[in-house]
Unconditional design. Structure first.
Length: 292
């Protein structure tokens, strides 16, 4: 798949003789995709360091506070753009898209047809991730905004009832130690339904019995773009010279990771920098928009 192979080319094209390590920070929703890339595109024992996963907004804040990171892959474009603001040497790449699904208890009878009505039902407990800290929370609230056009007043009702139970760092500790954050919401019986990325829903359903995943209807659907920012010169410095000279051609050839392992979708257009240029045209482009 071209999308994930692009990530692999940027992250893993390192020379075996170098002693430097590459530090990657990535959205939690990429915690299956990036380790899968490490298996498909192995490099030397010191390249890269173990990736750090978490809510993209919190990872961005750590980098701004001085964390030594070479590449960040975010579940939105805005965190990457904020890190590139004022740094024209930091390329930003839109490398994939995801979708939101509603993960729910099977017992509440949720379907794509009645999804909004069930979410508005006062008896149905609704959880989300934390807006601002985690793009998953922002995407959930974007769904609420789209619901307003379908059912006037829905946005305020959904925003008021939404319990922000994950994605807030220390403010939202794991509800069930040893379990994933979303799994813990249901295992601790804190909610009946929670919007989450479709790419990760199968893993949640595999850990918690009695759940279903419902894809949002077109009237509510959002398709967040994922953004990567290269923060240092290290990825280019570690790239073998013969690959650096022909990196665009090399990136689009060779073995491809299997899509079924990750659930992440490739973009419908070539990856571009924030100013519209192809992402691999060079490091000069600096995106200039920041929302979160």
């Amino acid at each position: 798949m071209r999308t994930l192979f692009l990530i692999a080319a940027l992250l893993l094209a390192t020379g075996p003789a170098r002693a430097e390590t590459l530090q990657i920070y990535a959205a939690g929703s990429l915690s299956a995709a990036i380790p899968d890339l490490l298996l498909h595109f192995p490099s030397g024992p010191d390249h890269p360091a173990p990736p750090v996963f978490g809510p993209s907004g919190l990872l961005r804040a750590q980098i701004e506070a001085g964390a030594a990171v070479d590449v960040m892959a975010s579940a939105d474009m805005d965190q990457a753009r904020r890190l590139a603001l004022g740094h024209p040497e930091r390329p930003v790449i839109a490398f994939t898209r995801n979708r939101l699904c509603a993960i729910a208890r099977a017992g509440i009878g949720l379907t794509a047809t009645d999804l909004l009505d069930r979410l508005l039902d006062p008896s149905v407990r609704l959880a989300t991730s934390t807006p601002g800290a985690d793009p998953g929370g922002d995407d959930a609230f974007a769904v609420f905004a789209r619901a307003e056009a379908v059912h006037p007043g829905a946005r305020a009702v959904l925003a008021a009832k939404a319990l922000k139970l994950v994605g807030g760092g220390a403010a939202t500790p794991l509800l069930v130690p040893g379990q994933g954050a979303v799994e813990g919401v249901f295992l601790a019986d804190k909610a009946d339904v929670m919007p989450g990325y479709c790419s990760g829903s199968a893993a949640v359903l595999g850990h918690v019995p009695g759940l279903v995943s419902i894809e949002l209807p077109p009237s509510l659907a959002v398709g967040p773009a994922y953004g990567m920012v290269v923060l240092t010169e290290k990825p280019g410095r570690l790239r073998p010279p013969h690959r650096a000279d022909h990196r665009s051609r090399w990136i689009h050839r060779g073995p491809r990771p299997r899509r079924a392992r990750t659930g992440i979708r490739r973009p419908s257009h070539p990856a571009r920098n924030g100013d519209g240029r192809h992402a691999l045209a060079g490091p000069q482009a600096a995106p200039d928009r920041a929302r979160r």
